[in-house]
Design a protein around this ligand. Structure first.
Ligand SMILES: Nc1ncnc2c1ncn2[C@@H]1O[C@H](COP(=O)(O)OP(=O)(O)O)[C@@H](O)[C@H]1O
Ligand SMILES: [Mg+2]
Length: 273
């Protein structure tokens, strides 16, 4: 079943087209990797889905569905009801997931208060369990302010918060870009473990092709706001159709020497695995 369906979505900034008739779907339990160079429109797409587009960007046409519910032109109030509950985000900036001067526990509590009918005790128990689930010392983290935690602990807490309500769709926008490769691997394992439990569909925005190979089931390649390739990951890697995708995934040395604007290092590293 499709959890996310995007149909012919066009987003503009004044006269320039940021997303050009985008079509894609993400199914229950599936990881769709959205891959494209910096500035290609990945984050704009992520924002459009959850109603987070800045006011200067406009949805010109197209539709976004969550399950079979059209959410394209939801009001902010309607989006607030589903954001955090049905659509959750994990960003590169983990600090940004939390308000600085409120304990982590209080922030979990506020969220559970907004989206569930749980009692005070139930909310606390549920938050502690969720922090424990991401391998944190739950009592201490619950009582802490964000600045009292390390970056790694904050990341885990942010992942716990994003998945606590079993969102239908989890949007992870370059969740590991700022991390060293060992931490990145651990964070992705954790997200994989949790989304397996919650059966969430995952829109996984990344430019790390190793992570694409490991976690994605489907793949969408975006180039200057256009989806140039979309479908089963293995098929695309085996038989890329678009020149850009060929350059990204090709193991042919000649092509690797061709300038590729998306992280040339990533392409070079490809030979090592
Ligand atoms: N608030 C904004 N106002 C104007 N242009 C924007 C805004 N946000 C993003 N853009 C433009 O949209 C394009 C896509 O940006 P973005 O989705 O952030 O790229 P990325 O694929 O790196 O996430 C870029 O050309 C960017 O300059
Ligand atoms: Mg981005």
């Amino acid at each position: 079943m499709n959890i996310l369906t995007i149909k012919d979505l066009t987003v503009k900034h004044r006269d320039s087209t940021i997303l050009d008739q985008v079509n894609l779907t993400v199914q229950e339990g599936e990881w769709l990797a959205l891959v494209g160079e910096s500035g290609s429109g990945k984050s704009v797409m992520a924002s459009a889905i959850g109603g987070l587009l800045p006011s200067e960007l406009m949805v010109l046409s197209g539709k976004i569905f969550l399950d079979d519910q059209e959410i394209t032109r939801f009001s902010e109030k309607e989006f607030q009801k589903i954001r955090g509950k049905e659509i959750a985000y994990i960003f590169q900036d983990y600090q940004g997931a939390f308000t600085p001067f409120m304990t982590i526990g209080k922030q979990f509590d506020e969220m559970l208060k907004t989206h569930t009918g749980m009692s005070k005790n139930e909310r606390k128990e549920f938050a502690l369990l969720s922090l424990k689930n991401v391998h944190l010392s739950e009592e201490r983290v619950y009582k802490s302010y964000p600045f009292q935690l390390s970056g790694g602990q904050l990341q885990r807490a942010a992942i716990a918060m994003a998945t606590i309500l079993k969102p239908k769709l989890l949007i992870a926008d370059e969740p590991t870009t700022a991390l060293d490769s060992l931490t990145a691997a651990k964070v992705l394992e954790l997200i994989a473990e949790l989304t397996k439990q919650t059966k969430s569909a995952v829109l996984f925005i990344t430019h790390d092709l190793r992570h694409v190979r490991k976690y994605a089931s489907n793949l969408a390649i975006i180039l200057r706001g256009e989806i140039v390739e979309f479908g089963d990951k293995k098929t695309i890697i085996k038989q890329p159709q678009h020149l850009y995708t060929k350059q990204l995934f090709s193991a042919v040395p000649k092509l690797r020497e061709t300038p590729v604007r998306l992280l040339p290092n990533t392409v070079k590293q490809e030979a090592t695995y």
